[in-house]
Design a protein around this ligand. Sequence first.
Ligand code: CP
Length: 303
Amino acid sequence: TKHLLGIKDLTPEDLHLIFETADNFKDVINRPIKKVPSLRDITIANVFFENSTRTRLSFELAEKRLSADVINFSSASSSVKKGETLLDTVNNILSMKVDMIVMRHSSPGAPHFLSRHIDANIVNAGDGTHEHPTQALLDSYSIREKHGDVAGKKVVIVGDILHSRVALSNIFALQKLGAEVMVCGPNTLIPRYIRELGVKVELDIKKALQWCDIANVLRIQMERQQTKNFPSTREYAMYYGVNKQLLESLDKEITIMHPGPINRGVELTSDVADADNAIILDQVENGVAVRMAVLYLLAGRTQ
Ligand code: CP
């Protein structure tokens, strides 16, 4: 395919191919010489209309490790502020002979819209509350690395499911890879359509954690909450915050994941976020190899 717009469009075989390619790149970037010439003469623009630390930096690093030429665009410091449209912005970038666009945008479907109007590879780096495909890929890759396989694992996604592109992409990826998926959070943060996706719903955090092998804990996205019908961060921490006492009350050890950024003391306490069974920084490390794999496969080049 030409684009990576969402996990929904991928087959299980696509996911396994991305992981096997990422295994090779993970070996490469752990060597003293971390760079390969795979994307030499390819130019990639990282076009970010929303804030990012992990996704933007790891795409940039992945591109540089593959020897691509890289330009970075941030809408906050751009002529978007003077009224330029998304399509005009991207067409101007492409006229500088850019081959691939990695884009984050607050509007669900923005990369899909672009894909109908431009002639370049597009990678969705997060579109509003819709999908964040490379996050789900690095999450499943990290589960595979820690647990040997994703198939057969019980994974609970905890928190703000309603506003989370990470939740939706993870649900698609985990199900395609044969995991059992549950979501857990306050009713007001669980969308009605989630049951139609074949996902279990549990409102009791202790029961959800007792059920799972792996808990992927999400941030409460205050910036996307448009009504007041949601818990405050204090209420959320009290009823759904994952803390050491809660984990010690289970009869087993579970793996803790978080896509970042963490709101320490809200969805996770620091003793949980920094514990040995938390693989949060492994997820970030794997993001570079997984994004190298995605860019390499989209470019369709052989070494
Ligand atoms: N996980 C994630 O997408 O983090 P950033 O928003 O910092 O890119």
